[in-house]
Design a protein around this ligand. Structure first.
Ligand SMILES: *Cc1c(COP(=O)(O)O)cnc(C)c1O
Length: 464
């Protein structure tokens, strides 16, 4: 056996052609936290990869490597991987539903409420009255009927799946009429025309980018038409000379066998901060047969897709052979059920992040004041705006305070330093200054944020 004792202080810096064994390296104290964060097999793999790359390098062949340098290489490789772990972070972008930052944060009370439902067994598919197999939906459809007036509803994994399912079932092999102004891309690579093609339906485009009228839809009807699909423009707005058809007018004129579906997107129901937006209930009332929407964006639940509307159509969708592949887990059902109960009872636990934030501007200012007081000389308060984001209200900006950092470092450098904190802080830059947008800070973020910033930020020099 080679000598296993700790090398002398000088030996650790001494280049050598003899590389230590993997097992020996794994015993080193610097790897203990990495193993806890990444697992032993993954760290073992990273150690092996580092050793084999080293063996093939010219520098190693000529000079060998010192143990200290080898450990440094392994450590930095592990650190890169640790950075890819799912990590809590602090959103100081001012965008409440941020697609890159986990979309909608759930209300902590809601999460706590479903803990037992998910860590133990539950009645997901058992009818407790009869002891027989029951349906997964439980109370969700009746609760959604109270909230949106949908005769029946179903839940799938996300709203993209809602669209796919409803197109497949109602329009496969037949024609779907869509306005040219609504053939949109929502986030990474999800395009309405593509999903339509994949579902086997044929796209019939009507109108123009800025103007589509009810007549345009009606004139495009053929004996092949199965569906008229209206899609909410969730991540952009068209302004100026525009016209969108009145959905009621289309609904009234459409023959009975043609389904009128709306991709509402955000799941706006009872929230009051977007009076110009059409809610799920309003679309149904105006005559939509089916409306699909996300469970998290504005509704405030877990990410999922919900389709509500005519009971006969919902029954057909639920019988679709692919339904099984779109079906969410009990985690989603439990969160959604409890959210809806709280929402119908107008309890704060039933409010989404946008509703929670916009209903208390004073809380935003209180957070700004707290940071200003805790970190004197670090910020000046400036007016800014919050957006709901995440493909919800593309044209709505709400006033919100922001704190401009007085730190003398260049903005990009400071932005990177904030992102590299143990609990990363994601900020924005305006006019070469880093801005902490207070609107998207959560109450739980504050102590951590203050502790981290007091280490990082350099206050502006005091005026004499
Ligand atoms: C967000 C959105 C979608 C996609 O919803 P996911 O839950 O992300 O799948 C589809 N359509 C519209 C109009 C949207 O706003």
């Amino acid at each position: 056996m080679p000598n296993q004792s700790q090398p002398q202080a000088s030996a650790i810096d001494q280049p050598s052609h003899r590389l230590p064994q993997v097992e020996q390296l794994l015993q080193q104290a610097f790897l203990t936290p990495h193993i806890a964060r990444l697992s032993r097999p993954l760290v073992t793999q990273l150690v092996r990869d580092t050793l084999s790359e080293l063996r093939q390098s010219e520098g190693f062949r000529q000079h060998g490597v010192a143990l200290a340098r080898l450990e440094g290489l392994i450590d930095s490789r592990c650190r890169q991987w640790v950075r890819q772990r799912q990590t809590r972070l602090i959103n100081a972008t001012g965008t409440l539903v941020h697609t890159n930052l986990g979309r909608s944060p759930l209300c902590a009370e809601l999460w706590d409420e479903v803990r037992e439902l998910n860590t133990g067994y539950n009645n997901l598919e058992l009818d407790l009255a009869t002891g027989k197999r029951g349906g997964r939906k439980g109370l969700i459809a009746p609760l959604l009927a109270c909230l949106t007036q949908a005769e029946d509803s179903l839940v799938v994994n996300n709203n993209a799946a809602s669209l796919f399912l409803l197109l497949q079932e109602t329009a496969k092999g037949r024609e779907v009429i869509v306005s040219r102004g609504e053939q949109i891309q929502i986030g990474g690579g999800f395009r309405i025309p593509d999903i339509l093609a994949l579902s086997g339906a044929k796209l019939v485009e009507v109108g123009t980018t800025n103007i589509t009228t009810a007549r345009d839809y009606l004139d495009a009807i053929t004996d092949q038409t199965a569906l008229v699909l209206m899609v909410h423009r969730s991540n952009f707005a068209i302004r100026g000379f525009t016209e969108s058809p009145d959905i009621g007018e289309v609904a009234r004129a459409l023959p009975d066998h043609i389904v009128l579906a709306v991709d509402q997107g955000s799941g706006l129901t009872t929230e009051e901060f977007a009076p110009d937006e059409t809610s799920v209930r309003q679309y149904l009332k105006a005559g939509a047969d089916l409306v699909c929407y996300s469970g998290d964006k504005l509704l405030g639940g877990p990410q999922c897709g919900i389709i509500g509307g005519r009971a006969d159509l919902i029954k057909r969708l639920e019988k679709h052979p692919m339904m099984r592949t779109f079906r969410p887990s009990r985690i989603v059902y439990s969160l959604l059920e409890r959210l809806l109960i709280h929402k119908l009872n107008k309890s704060p636990t039933g409010a989404g992040i946008a509703q929670r934030t916009l209903s208390s501007p004073a809380a935003m200012q209180a957070r700004a004041d707290q940071l200003l007081a805790a970190l004197p000389g670090c910020f000046i308060q400036v007016p800014a705006q919050l957006v709901v984001g995440g493909g919800t209200l593309p044209d709505e900006f709400y006033p919100a305070p922001a704190l401009e950092c007085r730190d003398p470092r260049p903005a990009q450098q400071l932005l990177d330093a904030l992102r590299e904190l143990p609990v990363p802080v994601i900020a924005t830059v305006r006019q070469q200054r880093v801005l902490l947008n207070v609107a998207s800070l959560l109450a739980d973020d504050m102590p951590l944020l203050i502790a981290q910033l007091s280490e990082l930020l350099i206050p502006a020099a005091q005026e004499p």
